[in-house]
Design a protein around this ligand. Structure first.
Ligand code: SAM
Length: 291
């Protein structure tokens, strides 16, 4: 089994040394070593087009909606009136598109370190960003997320969404005290930050460590769940932290009202799924600081 050439071959994910998933590769679409990482996009027979960075699956055409809807819609429906949103990473464009579905959003700034990911995603994965790239409210910056948050002014954003790679390589800086401290500073009084915290069944350290770090700079920290088939190992956790008052937990009636015009296009997020996603099984909840 090799992981390079086109038809009849397989791609083996290199996330865990002794266990993992594989995809039958129908057609190789792009393979490029950027200054930051190894980028690969292929057509699979099972999940449509797949984006892989450094041998790790980032997103597939077939299940991207699950992660993207939960990463974008949950914090935006929890914030009372989200106008200014900062997105870190997310070079495929899917989170940007979901954020811009919210009518309250006046400005969405996306900071992606690797311009090659954006370029190749526009070329081979147009179904993720669609026309969000041309939305006048969108500002797309190629740069390191930590440099951007350090340079940003106080209270510049209402919501920060971190759709990054895992805490290895270029993504590591996005899981540091320095990053979270600056994020707390550049968020407005009731500001919310959300970031991918891995699959706790396999990556419990990632959830435990990032939550403990964010708890130093945010009074309210927790996590919610999404079941993403190609993030293997069970539930994916999305860590959420908030400034100001305890997080407002809108009920399904309020969520349904706020989601008019958005919910109809969702395949995973619903008001009921939103509320239920905060119910954590003990093997996950034990990784969060005692509240
Ligand atoms: N959903 C995927 C996951 O959970 O594994 C992540 C998808 S998204 C494509 C990850 C993006 O984060 C990549 O395009 C990568 O280049 C970007 N990234 C990694 N480190 C970064 C940094 N320090 N600043 C900005 N973007 C970064």
């Amino acid at each position: 089994m090799t992981s390079g050439t086109s038809s009849g071959t397989w791609f083996n994910e290199a996330l865990y040394p002794d266990w993992g998933q594989r995809f039958r590769v129908v057609k190789e679409l792009a393979h490029r070593k950027s200054p930051f990482q190894d980028i690969r996009i292929f057509e699979s027979s099972s999940h449509g087009r797949v984006l892989v960075l450094d041998g790790i699956v980032q997103i597939t055409e077939r299940d991207e909606f699950i992660y993207q809807e939960m990463l974008a819609h949950v914090p935006l429906f929890m914030h009372p009136n989200p106008k200014r949103v900062l997105i870190i990473g997310a070079g495929d464009g899917g989170v940007l598109r979901r954020v811009l579905q919210h009518r309250t959003v006046e400005k969405a700034v996306m900071v992606e370190i690797d311009g090659d990911v954006i370029e190749l995603s526009k070329q081979h994965l147009p179904m993720f960003g669609k026309d969000a790239w041309n939305d006048p409210r969108a500002e797309v910056i190629v740069g390191d997320g930590i440099d951007y948050v350090k340079k940003s002014g106080d209270a510049a954003f209402d919501v920060i969404i971190v759709d990054s790679t895992d805490p290895i390589g270029v993504g590591d800086v996005l899981f540091t005290d320095d990053f979270y401290e600056n994020c707390a500073r550049i968020l407005s009084d009731e500001g919310i930050i959300v970031n991918q915290c891995g699959v706790p069944f396999q990556q419990a350290d990632e959830l435990r460590e990032t939550t403990a770090r964010r708890a130093k700079f945010f009074p309210h920290v927790t996590a919610y769940l999404a079941a993403v088939p190609t993030y293997v190992g069970g539930f994916m956790t999305l860590g959420i932290a908030k400034k100001g008052a305890p997080p407002h937990r809108p009920d399904v009636v309020e969520l349904a009202r706020r989601a008019q015009g958005i919910a109809e296009g969702c395949q995973y997020w619903t008001p009921e799924v939103h509320v239920a996603s905060f119910s954590l099984p003990p093997y996950i909840a034990q990784n969060l600081p005692r509240s």
